[in-house]
Design a protein around this ligand. Structure first.
Ligand code: KIV
Length: 279
């Protein structure tokens, strides 16, 4: 792992060198600083904030102002990682001009270094407009959570052959359209590994998989899934590398117990009467 700042062209170099790209979502200062210190290459302020942080059922209610708020916190914590901010539902679909204005806000007000949009052929115009003013754009194909109502839920895509939305050949076309429009990388979510492999081999830009098998150029997870910071079960693809829910619950139980028994605060947690003998 290099300690040097990760910049957009580095991701292409990593693909060429077959060096896997590491990406995690982050929404606040402390976790962003931990992930950055640990060498995560890309921090994504995902619109998953609506579900992971606010407990909503979908990502659809998240606004551009909310993503800017979280992006600022992450950008302040970042020393090395590339900071990518998600464009939430309806912040880029109305027109390419609107998309450019909102992407610009994520950069100017949030401190993002790149933006991410869901979709393929249908949003290629917005991608091209944003990329034309040198705001780097990451695409996102496959299971695109903003399309939840069309998909009928968070469902694996690309299992059926065909050119209808969500079908295998169409998803490949979407990825190619994103590359042609100027995207610098593509998230490939919730597709069979064979399709992720085919997309990765068909585009020159890096692919970053989530629930897409081992053959993408990198991997991304929602931080709560990676840390086991959820009450109910996570999706199949989301390996928990810790159980922070359990850790946080046992710390909270200990705090409640010690307050109730007056074990906390102990003398070492109290200020002395005079300033000379204490902080
Ligand atoms: O919003 C998000 O967190 C995402 C990742 C799952 C890639 O788009």
């Amino acid at each position: 792992m290099t300690q040097e700042k990760v910049r957009v062209p580095d991701l292409a170099r990593m693909k060429a060198a077959r060096q896997p790209i590491t990406m995690l979502t982050a929404y606040d200062f402390p976790f962003a600083r931990i992930f950055d210190n640990c060498g995560i290459d890309v921090l994504l302020i995902g619109d998953s904030v609506g579900m992971a942080v606010r407990g909503e059922d979908t990502t659809l209610a998240v606004t551009i102002d909310e993503v800017i708020y979280h992006t600022r916190a992450v950008a302040r914590a970042r020393r090395r990682a590339l900071v990518v901010a998600d464009m939430p539902f309806l912040s880029y679909q109305v027109s390419p001009e609107d998309a450019l204005r909102n992407a610009g806000r994520l950069v100017k007000e949030g401190g993002a270094e790149a933006v991410k949009l869901e979709g393929g052929v249908a949003i290629a115009g917005a991608v091209a407009r944003i990329a034309a003013v040198d705001i780097p754009v990451m695409g996102h194909v496959g299971l695109t959570p903003q399309s939840i109502h069309r998909m009928g839920g968070h469902r694996v895509q690309g299992r059926k052959s065909g050119r209808a939305a969500g079908c295998r050949e169409r998803l490949l076309e979407d990825a190619l359209a994103l590359e042609a429009a100027g995207a610098f990388a593509i998230v490939v979510e919730g597709v069979p590994p064979s399709l992720a492999r085919e997309i990765t081999a068909s585009v020159a830009i890096p692919t970053i998989g989530i629930g897409a098998g081992p053959d993408c150029d990198g991997q991304v997870l929602v931080m709560h899934d990676m840390l086991g910071l959820y009450e109910s079960c996570a999706p199949r693809f989301a390996k928990p590398f810790a159980n922070l829910w359990k850790e946080a619950a046992s710390a909270t139980e200990a705090y409640v117990r010690e307050v109730r028994t007056r074990a906390f605060p102990a003398p070492e947690h109290c200020y002395a009467e005079s300033r000379r003998s204490s902080r």
